[in-house]
Design a protein around this ligand. Sequence first.
Ligand code: MN
Length: 151
Amino acid sequence: MAGKKKILIVEDNSDIRKLMVFFLERMGYDVLEAATGLAAIERARATLPDLITMDLGLPDITGDKATARLKADPSTKHIPVIAITAYYKETPLVESAVAAGVCEVLYKPMPLRSLDDALRRLLTVQPNESASAARNPTIFSNDGPRLTDHT
Ligand code: MN
């Protein structure tokens, strides 16, 4: 579909990343992945996604630093970045991510619905048939899949 929004998921935990890919593809997004901060920068520059979800605890450079680099690059600075982390609001890492320019911080564990809501708000996409299918409570109930608590 031509109008599909492109989301880059940055997450080093492969189980969580796969869950997010599965969920976001069902929501009708075109999904790209990166498992490290440096890979995220490279991927973002190459593909110019409409939005990035950025895990903060990453094995090479942390998500706040990756965000800062993206925001310093004229080709990627316009891309909205959502920080997704198990760290608490007052930790320096989250403060640093906010200072770097993330537009939203989501905390693990969280319902995937929260991610869906944030994406809709930031991308102002209209619900489509894929979205309706993914909202089927037999697949995703209110207390269904959650991103787990990890760094
Ligand atoms: Mn992580």
